[in-house]
Every structure is written in structure tokens, then in C-alpha cells.
Design a protein. Structure first.
Length: 368
């Protein structure tokens, strides 16, 4: 699959909307088209930040402040400031049902500093690069509990490749108490959709309400000659190395990602009066210094991102959940995060300049 972002991301492009398609053509004549299928599509304009800041404008009320919008003009030249493409996103409806849809979102900027955006929704969105259809992103399948659309439960053991055809197949085990033994599904069948109650839904989907495989299930798989699920080690189970970033952007990302863990580690050290979860006294000093600094920034230079930071990195909300709760799309939520990281990186660099020292890793290079 070609990288269809490269010809248009941060490039000047001619943007054309024709029926159910959105096409971007750069100065070299390369064209990237997003084509919606059928009649179940929608195109909306100016739904995101539009150059503004998302922050608290009143007690308990969040909104975009100081946007700089301009109506989209079909066929005009814009800079594709930000573009995102998602497949099979889950949509929860008021009646309790769920649908899956594809989404394309792009933020556009004019030469005179105004912003527009386009949001395309459809059951399926196909991408073409220079009229060549691109394959859809491959669905990732994990070991765990799944269900068929009619409620039949089963356990996915592994994904292997057929020796003769080289095609991937999914090895499964019945989990309904009625049928025993293993069965196999081709990747095409596993990823297929069916018409159910008048809607197109996934034929097989993950049962997220079930707990991870316990010791009994793992023992059963081992006895049958299969490997057990490989679980990622929790971040808090390891003593992490601080200030290993080689750029201020990576430094800022690290502080945000580990903020909740770092805060718990610091509070534990304070409570026990011991160096718990840190490598040594210098590591503890770095931990304390960075926590105080980021909290100070959130009260001053990064005040506009305070609520976002709290929900994302302290409470641990995902981008999708944050976007749903605030009535914005995921692209806009991701855009807020990028601005937060960039602003924090500038603050970290300014702190080093003021202190006359560099807190980056010694083998750091210039940021690209």
C-alpha cells in the first residue's frame, strides 16, 4: 500500500469535491482521491478547530476560541494542514445499536491564514492514488474471545499462513459449552460482513466484555500444543529511564505519556520516604523537577490545554473517548494533542536555555 499522505500532507493542493468523492492534486500533478461507496455517505464542512483553540470558556463549558474560519471553495488551492483516514470506526446510536463506518478528515489552510475543513463519512471509503486503487488497511486480529454475529462465542488462538497457498488462516476454538474442538477460518471469511437486521455488520468481532484468558484457558492451549497469548508487560511494572529523549518533542511526549505513572511514583516516594520506583537519588530529583515544571506550565503558558491534559494523561481517556464526550471528531482531538506537545517542547527548550544546561540525552541531534 502506497503512502497516500506523502503527496498531500503539508503540501499546496487543489481540492475538489465531486458528488461523493474528495480529490487532492498537488503541484506535481499527483492526485489522491477518497471515494465514498453507495448512497450512505455524508460530507460536512467546518466542523473542527478552524485555527482556534479548544479550551474552557465558561465553568464546565468547552469550546473553540478565536477560530479563523472561511467557507470552503471547491477547486481552490489550499495547504493540507492535517489529514486523517480511519476505517471501520464504531458509531454508537441512541437506540443502543452500533454501526461501522470509514472517515476522512482534512484541515485546510489558505495563504492568507484562514481555515476550512472537510469531513467525509461512509460505510466504505476507497483511496485512489493517481487512479490506482489502494488496498484497505489490514485488520489486526488478536488472541482472545470473539463472537459471531448470531452470538456464537469462540476463542481465537492464532493466525498462521497456509503452506501451499500462502494465505493467512485464523485458528479458533469453540467456547459455548456445546461444541468442542478447534476450527479454522480463512482471513477473508473472518473479515467479511453480513446483512443482519437490515444492516451490514462484521460477521466476527471481538468480545471486549470477556476477561483475558485465565490460567485454565492457557493451560488448555498449552496441552493442545498451542502457544498461549503473549501479554505486554505493564509500564508501571518496570523502572523506566528518564530523560533519554534526543529531541524536545520526544521529551514532551515522554512526560505526557508517563505523567500518571510518574505522579504515583513520586507520591509513593513521599509517603514511604524511600526511593521506590526510581533508580537513584538523581533520578528522583529529575522526576520531581519534571513534575513540578509540567504542573507549573499547565497553570501558566499551557493553561489552555489544562483540561485536555487532565482527561487524556491523568484520567487516561483515549482520543476516541475524549472526542465523543466533547462532540468533536478524533482528528480534532489529535490536533489539540499535537499543539500541546509542540507547546510543551518549546517550554522545555526554554527552561534549558534559561538554566544553561541540556536535559536531553547526550547523543542528541538536531530535530528534523
Amino acid at each position: 500500500m502506497r503512502n497516500f499522505y506523502k503527496p498531500i500532507q503539508d503540501k499546496k493542493v487543489v481540492v475538489g469535491v465531486d458528488g461523493k468523492s474528495v480529490t487532492f492534486t498537488n503541484e506535481k500533478g499527483q492526485a489522491v482521491k477518497f471515494l465514498a461507496s453507495g448512497e450512505d455517505f455524508s460530507i460536512k464542512y467546518n466542523t473542527g478547530a478552524l485555527g482556534g483553540e479548544y479550551c474552557v470558556v465558561d465553568e464546565g463549558v468547552c469550546a473553540y476560541t478565536e477560530p479563523n474560519p472561511k467557507d470552503f471553495v471547491n477547486g481552490n488551492i489550499y495547504t493540507a494542514y492535517y489529514i486523517a483516514y480511519f476505517t471501520e470506526r464504531k458509531c454508537h446510536r441512541a437506540n443502543g445499536t452500533s454501526d461501522y463506518y470509514d472517515e476522512m478528515y482534512v484541515e485546510l489552510k489558505t495563504d492568507d491564514g484562514y481555515y476550512s475543513d472537510i469531513l467525509l463519512h461512509s460505510t466504505t471509503i476507497t483511496v485512489f492514488v493517481d487512479e490506482e486503487e489502494q488496498p484497505r488497511p489490514k485488520r489486526r486480529i488478536f488472541a482472545g474471545y470473539y463472537k459471531r454475529y448470531d452470538g456464537m462465542p469462540f476463542y481465537v488462538v492464532d493466525v498462521v499462513r497456509d503452506l501451499e497457498t500462502k494465505r493467512e488462516v485464523v485458528i479458533c476454538r469453540h467456547d459455548d459449552g456445546k461444541a468442542n474442538g478447534y476450527f479454522m477460518l480463512t482471513m477473508e471469511a473472518f473479515c467479511s460482513k453480513v446483512d443482519y437486521n437490515g444492516k451490514q455488520i462484521k460477521k466476527y468481532f471481538r468480545d471486549t466484555k470477556r476477561e483475558k484468558a485465565g490460567e485454565l484457558t492457557c493451560e488448555m492451549l498449552e496441552n493442545d500444543g498451542y502457544r498461549t497469548p503473549i501479554r505486554k508487560e505493564k509500564k508501571e511494572d518496570k523502572i523506566r529511564y528518564r530523560r533519554t529523549a534526543t529531541t524536545y518533542t520526544d521529551y514532551a511526549k515522554d512526560l505526557c505519556t508517563y505523567y500518571a505513572i510518574d505522579l504515583r511514583t513520586y507520591e509513593l516516594c513521599q509517603k514511604t520516604k524511600k526511593l521506590v520506583g526510581v533508580r537513584n537519588k538523581d533520578d528522583y530529583i529529575a522526576l520531581k523537577e519534571d513534575l513540578l515544571f509540567i504542573n507549573s506550565c499547565l497553570k501558566t503558558t499551557l493553561k489552555e490545554f489544562c483540561d485536555y491534559f487532565k482527561e487524556r494523561f491523568y484520567e487516561g481517556k483515549s482520543l476516541r473517548k475524549y472526542a465523543e464526550e466533547h462532540g468533536i471528531n478524533r482528528g480534532s482531538a489529535d490536533y489539540i494533542q499535537k499543539k500541546l506537545i509542540a507547546a510543551l517542547a518549546e517550554n522545555l527548550e526554554a527552561r534549558d536555555a534559561a538554566d544553561g544546561k541540556c536535559r536531553l540525552s547526550k547523543n542528541f541531534g538536531d530535530e528534523e
